[in-house]
Design a protein around this ligand. Sequence first.
Ligand SMILES: Cc1ncc(COP(=O)(O)O)c(C=O)c1O
Length: 464
Amino acid sequence: MGPMTETSTQSAIQHPGEDRSNDLRRRSAAVEPAALRTYTPSQAVLARSQGCYHWTPEGRKLADFTSGVLVANLGHNPTRWWQRVLKYLGLDALPAGGDFFSASTLTAYNALTPLEVEASERLVASLQSQPGGKRLEQVMWAGTGSEAVQKAIWAALEQRPDANVILATRNGFHGKKGLAGAVTGSELDHDRDPRVRFISFPTVECKSVARRREPLDLTPYRNELAGLVGEYGRRLCCLVTEPYLGGGGSFHPQKEYLQLLERFCREQDMVFILDEVQANFGRTGSLYAFSEYGVEPDIVVLGKGLGNGVPVDAAVGRADLFAKMHYGQGSDTWSGSPLGCAAVLATLDEFETTDVLAHARKLSAVIEGGLCRLTELPTVAQVRGEGVVWGVECAAAGGRTAEQIAVACVEACYLGDTKGRAIHLLGPLAGKVLRVSPPLVMPLDEAREYLDVMYQIFARVASG
Ligand SMILES: Cc1ncc(COP(=O)(O)O)c(C=O)c1O
């Protein structure tokens, strides 16, 4: 089946030789709306996952270059991590007779569990041990990234009764719901929350990754911020941004840009909220991106890699900010769930006792080398990234648009006719950018092998 568009129905996707997957795709379309599916040209059906690989129901092996969506930083189902999760939950030695009294409760509403307190203490200690983490004193758990962003903005809105203007960086992604949806995208989107104003984020177009490391002229950004002070003055409440534009197409700013935003917040008595939902736990090369970028957030939003596959998110920030929220404002059914907290503890254990970050830095160099080679091809316009999160921007070629090329690359990688080697890729994002973000633990030789496969596939798409 040929390339599809975002508007065509997901049920149209069928791939040759995938009888079981095709059957599941058809059955899903009957009982689930297309609105639930994320737009993807492969619509992979994943039956099993281990380490850096997925398997389809037919047993086809896919090298995972997405980590879910930047979730499985430690790889999928790592044995020791699962053992730790089960141990924290008291499920490591289930009695045969059905007596579960030694296990943790799984509910957290209207109660407190030892796991929640331990996870909060450990997470705060971890954040505060990093340069720039000293303001991160208390944890407000959440069930999704959107919820955690919403809670962070709620906290900011409680600070001064006259301050309700929320600044957000244009084309960022913070989630689809509530205030997280309101600070996502740009003023061009429909039904904007009138409290939100967007500011420019550097989107330097450059063929060479090294260009990003050159100094950035901050003058236009400074002027824009000064204009907003003139317009709103003391009504400016908070600023929400990301370490890099992820969903917006992989733009990684110079450090001085985020430092400018942080300084501006201090000068204007605004709350500086850094959304690290997809950057945290090693993506940018350090445990948290704020230390990489040399900034000190008032609130940092965490998610995805925080639970390595278990849904758990959090806004962590200044105690005095959270103290202004009213009792119960941040509570809901799943926040602080024991399963989520056990996953956070196991993830912290792994990062604190292994060399996963050192390996991720080596992997970063391998990925940078492999992806930069792709720019030799006429269908690849640019490669942008850092750490283990990269974007490959496709270029229009041979009468095809960049989006069509990107879709063709995803399909070709997914079908993997290069000696059976197939790659699970994310995208296209922002219409033409493919995301490359394998688990941080991918062995270097396997990364090299699959980057070569990717080159061959992209070259074939270019010549087709
Ligand atoms: C930076 C960032 N913030 C927030 C979110 C929203 O998270 P969720 O999909 O769990 O609501 C995402 C999701 O991709 C994200 O990348």
